[in-house]
Design a binder for this molecule. Sequence first.
Ligand code: G6P
Ligand code: ZN
Length: 542
Amino acid sequence: MIETIATKPFDDQKPGTSGLRKKVPHFQQPHYAANFLQAIFDAVATGDGDTLVIGGDGRFYNREVILLAIRMAAANGYGRVIVGRGGLLSTPAASHLIRKRQASGGIILSASHNPGGPTGDFGIKYNIANGGPAPERITEAIFAKASSLTRYRVWTETAPDISRIGESRLGDMVVEVVDPVADYADLMESLFDFALIREFIASGFTLRFDAMHAVTGPYGREILENRLGAPRGTVINGVPLPDFGGGHPDPNAVHAAALIEEMMAPDGPDFGAASDGDGDRNLIVGKGIVVSPSDSLAILAANAPLAPAYAGGIAGIARSMPTSQAADRVAEKRGIGLYETPTGWKFFGTLLDAGKVTICGEESAGTGSDHVREKDGLWAVLLWLNILAARRESVRAVVESHWAEFGRTFYQRHDYEEIDSAAAEGLMESLHDRLASMAGQRFGTLVVSEADDFSYKDPIDGSVATGQGIRIVFSGGSRIVFRLSGTGTQGATLRVYIERYEKDPARHATAPEIALKELVDTADAIGEIRKRTGRTRPDVIT
Ligand code: G6P
Ligand code: ZN
């Protein structure tokens, strides 16, 4: 039976870069999650009998909200929900299921790389029928509905057992519990040359995949160990835990330090990788070398035709604005399109749907292709493995030969986390106010050639996104970008992105902190970071 429950709107249910993210106790307030789910259902106005995919990264509170979402879907006219067993689905696997099963959308419960547990983070995100994150027009509609919500609908009976594969009913709706891994693993097998990779591994190529106790453990085991024959133990931290084992499932130098340390040892594995809470990010490490996400995008795009799915070449590349311009040089040389979009995977959807681009990537450790509409951590790992197996080369050799051919783009992102929101906004406003007078200004040897506040007009649907980050370009092409993160749950996070292009191979071995020193100092001079935030150094450098 449908029960209609009276409620009051919460005024803070505005989706950010990637859905609504708050601390678990915030989501546990009475009606909080239900309100937001109802706002989604009201905003997307699903028709009778539609199919909805539901899954999450297994973090604390995942199960409760999955069961609630199933009951609310039944009360809101859905004909079928497809749920990953135990409530688990990686974000790319959910994207694939939405597409494969022609669902009208999906609900993904995740706070991505943010920590989990009873006081950790939680998140709810809606994906549309193409499998991708809802575009801004829909997230704005969700916010509008959430801001005026007076009731939500829930099916009175409890949801069926989601720990066993199979179908059952809740009212008129079918609840289909599926193996979260199988369809996704089949998709990967259809894209890459598994026989070649299997043979490469059998010949002695060694790898390590750190699932960080998040959702990719079962995916990594099935694909890398079962299907590709890597020895048991290749996947470490492979059991998904509600608190990620107390860790922070963010595959970067700070939180994947143990993996990186293992990879730096002379007797370490040949290839190391890690993924985040919901399986859409990736970290790629070779023996003695960490591949920066921006370089990884460029290298994957340049070498993609070595994998069967991309053998015919790629249509174009898209990258988020703060991502380095390394990929631009690949696009230029190959004579294909390059699109620069705001931060957030949702901006790639129209370009992928229109066939303008095949490969997309972001500096925030996300890479993916038109096989789904999300970034995809294991996909990036498998494309790397396919490339290495085809070239019979080490990660370092592939990276260095890429730099030799295209030049090296030195790159760093400096994050200042949990800073005072007013200070962060003041810093951005001050930069904004000075934009018009910046061109021509000199900082040491650097001269500003242009400065703007990035805005983007989607070439396919014409939608416009403004205020997407302050871009300061210097003559010679070096850049500093200032942006406030849209995914944090506490205070503000200032991100400063710094890059410099170096064509001369004799200088490619320089350490990034040395190559970028003058730009880093300039970023502080222009942004007044120390003065305004009180911070003398970033919390994380990636
Ligand atoms: C999520 C989104 C990405 C985005 C990243 C960083 O992972 O899916 O598209 O790049 O967040 O966003 P932020 O606003 O924190 O820089
Ligand atoms: Zn993620």
